[in-house]
Design a binder for this molecule. Structure first.
Ligand SMILES: NC(=O)c1ccc[n+]([C@@H]2O[C@H](COP(=O)([O-])OP(=O)(O)OC[C@H]3O[C@@H](n4cnc5c(N)ncnc54)[C@H](O)[C@@H]3O)[C@@H](O)[C@H]2O)c1
Length: 261
């Protein structure tokens, strides 16, 4: 028996076995949730279908969040499989790679700023709206953020403002959906080597730096994030909404990075 027995979860954002969404799917599945998946494009379809099979799921739905129509259709398709569901995992972000290097002031463009916000932040609100009529009581919506939402981080650039917007989205959605007993939270994960992260210039150096000074002296894993997502998906976290929960081995609590041992 797992603590998510009987719950149904839609998981977005799997691109590879290293994806944070993959780690979340593993943990939700282990705790007994039934899973459905989305894929961004035809190239990713066979991969996501294969992963879905390993989690005993045959619900695999196209969803490119740059299209309103595709967002609507994805939930229509899901409805033909499940009338209602309980968990929505939003693990999607994008910014043009040219804007994830150098200084923010020199790299940011109107188009890149809009794209990063649309794909990485607006899409969460758009999906929440389409999901709403299908959500059971005690449903939980979870998105993925990063420290760049609240602190400046070299090369993270335009993704910082879009994660700040995403965290604000979480608070507004939590206020709107709370009266229906639906909770909305973000997990702010420490750096993890994934396809999206590789787009941030100097990412390997960042991983090494964090590992050397973070209180737990290690980087986090997709399973660390997955276990927290499982908790936030479950009734064990029934009193938590509108929050950003840090899964970063303690990094954000450091006030000084001078290491004495
Ligand atoms: N890896 C890290 O260090 C880290 C840290 C904190 C937060 N995050 C966040 O975690 C989330 C998942 O990223 P990840 O690191 O697992 O990388 P990833 O590359 O494995 O996943 C990113 C996903 O976004 C999807 N995506 C991008 N544009 C899309 C679109 N238009 N429509 C639908 N899907 C689209 C991709 O298909 C991919 O599945 C992102 O929000 C990312 O910002 C990552």
């Amino acid at each position: 028996m797992g603590f998510l027995d009987g719950k149904k979860a839609l998981v977005t954002g799997i691109a590879s076995k290293r994806s944070i969404a993959y780690g979340i799917a593993e943990c939700l599945h282990r705790e007994g949730a039934q899973l459905a998946f989305t894929y961004q494009n035809e190239k990713l379809k066979p991969r996501v279908e294969k992963f879905a099979g390993t989690f005993n799921s045959n619900i695999v739905i196209p969803l490119d969040v740059s299209s309103d129509e595709e967002i609507k259709n994805a939930f229509k398709t899901l409805k033909s499989e499940w009338k209602h569901f309980d968990i929505l995992i939003h693990s999607i972000a994008f910014a043009p790679s040219e804007e994830l290097q150098g200084t923010y002031i020199d790299s940011v463009t109107r188009e890149g700023f809009n794209t990063a916000h649309e794909i990485s932040s607006y899409s969460f609100a758009a999906m929440a709206r389409e999901a709403r009529p299908m959500l059971n009581k005690n449903a939980s919506l979870i998105t993925m953020s990063y420290l760049g939402a609240v602190k400046s981080i070299p090369n993270y650039n335009v993704m910082g403002p879009s994660k700040a917007s995403l965290e604000a989205n979480v608070r507004f959605l939590a206020a709107d959906l709370g009266p229906d007993t639906i909770r909305v939270n973000a997990i702010s994960a420490g750096p993890i080597k994934t396809l999206a992260a590789s787009g941030v210039s100097g990412f390997r150096g960042l991983l090494k730096h964090v590992e050397s000074i973070t209180p737990l002296r290690r980087n986090v894993t997709i399973q660390d994030v997955g276990n927290t997502a499982a908790f936030l998906s479950s009734d064990l976290s029934a009193g938590i909404t509108g929050e950003t929960i840090y899964v970063d081995a303690g990094y954000r609590n450091l006030g000084m990075t001078f290491v004495t041992n």
